[in-house]
Design a protein around this ligand. Structure first.
Ligand SMILES: [Cu+2]
Length: 133
């Protein structure tokens, strides 16, 4: 009996350890002037993702996810608008909880802030989409 409990406990610890670096359906992001913390996220393909975004900066920030295979290049401009997969805007000192459906295609997606000058200042990140089981 004790042996079974021990195995179950070990399995539980093993599974939770695996979950630490794996895909998550909740993204907690803090924006400052001028970076994302953290700046890399991993989500399961096609699932609904909840984003808890907090702007601790003094100016408006955006969390912009680009469509697969696109990015803003050196700087974000009007020509990049059509390549946006999803975005949320958070005012200074504000927090926002929103959801989006993760892309169905696994791969790496570019993340940035679309406010002029912010990408160049360091607001970039990466969303990794992994195939679900
Ligand atoms: Cu910004």
């Amino acid at each position: 009996m004790n042996k079974i409990l021990f195995v179950l406990l070990g399995l539980t610890l093993f599974l939770s350890a695996c979950g630490a670096g794996g895909p998550t359906t909740t993204i907690n992001i803090t924006m400052t002037d001028f970076m994302f913390e953290p700046k890399e996220f991993t989500v399961p393909a096609g699932r609904e993702i909840t984003v808890n975004a907090t702007n601790n900066g003094a100016v408006l920030h955006e969390f912009v996810i680009f469509k697969f295979g696109t990015d803003a290049g050196e700087k974000f401009g009007d020509e990049d608008e059509e390549n946006i997969f999803w975005e949320v805007e958070v005012g200074p000192g504000q927090s926002s909880t929103v959801t989006f459906t993760a892309p169905t295609e696994p791969g790496e997606y570019s993340v940035t802030c679309g406010i002029e000058g912010h990408l160049e200042a360091g607001m970039n990140g990466k969303l990794t989409v992994v195939a679900g089981e």
